[in-house]
Design a protein around this ligand. Structure first.
Ligand code: CTP
Ligand code: MG
Length: 227
C-alpha cells in the first residue's frame, strides 16, 4: 500500500499570493494535483499537509473534486522538510510518495514508474535531464566557466520511498539541524541511494506567475485529449 503526501503548507512568497488556490484550467492548482493522485491506481490514500488555518478551504475543495480515496489533513511546518515530517507521522503504509501540491501536471505514468523504481531500491525520484547549456558565474555576473551538463538532472516530485527510509533520513536531518530543499537530499545524508526516473512529459512546479501560462496550456490540452 502506498500513501501520497501532498505538501501544501507553503506561503507562496515568490508568487506573492496563495498560489495553490489560483484557478487554472477550471480548478485550483492543488485540486488538479489532488485529483491526479486520487485517480492513480498505485495510491491507496492521501495526506494533505496544509497550514492549519487553511483546513476549511481544503475541505471545501475536497467536496468539489469527487474523490474516491480516503484522505486526511495534517498541519504543516515552517520549512518544507518540517511539513514532510509532519505528514510522515500520519503514514501507516510501507511506501510513501511525496508530492509538491504546486506541481499539478504530474502524470499517472510518472507516479507509476517512480513507484516501480523505488520498489527495487527503496527510493526513487522523478527527474529530467538538464538541457540548457550551463555556466558558472563570477562575482561580477560574468561567465567564469562552462559546466558539463551530461551528468546533471533537475529533480521533481513525486519522490517515492520506503517509509522507514525517509523517516530515518529526515530524523537525521532534524537531529543535525540541517536544511534540505527536498527529500532525496536527506537520503544522501544517510547514504541511501536514490534512483532517478526520467520523466518524459513536462512536470513543472508553479513558483512564480510566469509559470502559469504553461501549466494552463498543459492542463487544458489534457482535458481536450480526454474529451
Ligand atoms: N511547502 C510546505 N510547507 C512549507 C513550505 C513549502 O508544504 N513550509 C510546500 C508548498 O506548499 C509546495 C511545495 O512544498 O507545494 C514546494 O514548495 P515551493 O514551490 O517553494 O512553495 P512555497 O514554499 O509555497 O513558495 P515560496 O518558496 O515562493 O514561498
Ligand atoms: Mg518554498
Amino acid at each position: 500500500m502506498v500513501t501520497a503526501i501532498l505538501v501544501a503548507a507553503g506561503s507562496g512568497t515568490r508568487m506573492g499570493a496563495d498560489k495553490l488556490f489560483l484557478p487554472v484550467a477550471g480548478c485550483p492548482i492543488v485540486g488538479h494535483t489532488w485529483r491526479r493522485f486520487d485517480q492513480s491506481p498505485c495510491i491507496g490514500q492521501i495526506i494533505l499537509v496544509t497550514q492549519p488555518e487553511k483546513r476549511e478551504a481544503f475541505e471545501h475543495l475536497a467536496a468539489t473534486l469527487q474523490l474516491t480515496k480516503p484522505w486526511r489533513i495534517v498541519a504543516g511546518g515552517a520549512q518544507r522538510q518540517d511539513s514532510v515530517w509532519n505528514g510522515l507521522q500520519a503514514v501507516t503504509t510501507e511506501w510513501v510518495a511525496i508530492q509538491d501540491a504546486a506541481r499539478p501536471c504530474t502524470s499517472a505514468e510518472t507516479i507509476e514508474r517512480t513507484l516501480a523504481a523505488a520498489r527495487q531500491s527503496g527510493a526513487a525520484v522523478a527527474a529530467q535531464k538538464v538541457t540548457d547549456t550551463l555556466k558558472e558565474a563570477d562575482a561580477q555576473g560574468r561567465i567564469a566557466r562552462n559546466v558539463d551538463r551530461t551528468q546533471l538532472w533537475s529533480v521533481q516530485t513525486p519522490q517515492v520511498f520506503r517509509a522507514d527510509i525517509i523517516r530515518r533520513a529526515l530524523a537525521e536531518v532534524r537531529q543535525r539541524g540541517l536544511h534540505v530543499t527536498d527529500d532525496t537530499a536527506a537520503c544522501e545524508i544517510i547514504g541511501q541511494p536514490v534512483v532517478l526516473v526520467e520523466c518524459v512529459e513536462p512536470n513543472p512546479k508553479v513558483t512564480t506567475s510566469a509559470d502559469l501560462p504553461l501549466v494552463e496550456t498543459l492542463l487544458r490540452g489534457e482535458a481536450l485529449t480526454r474529451g
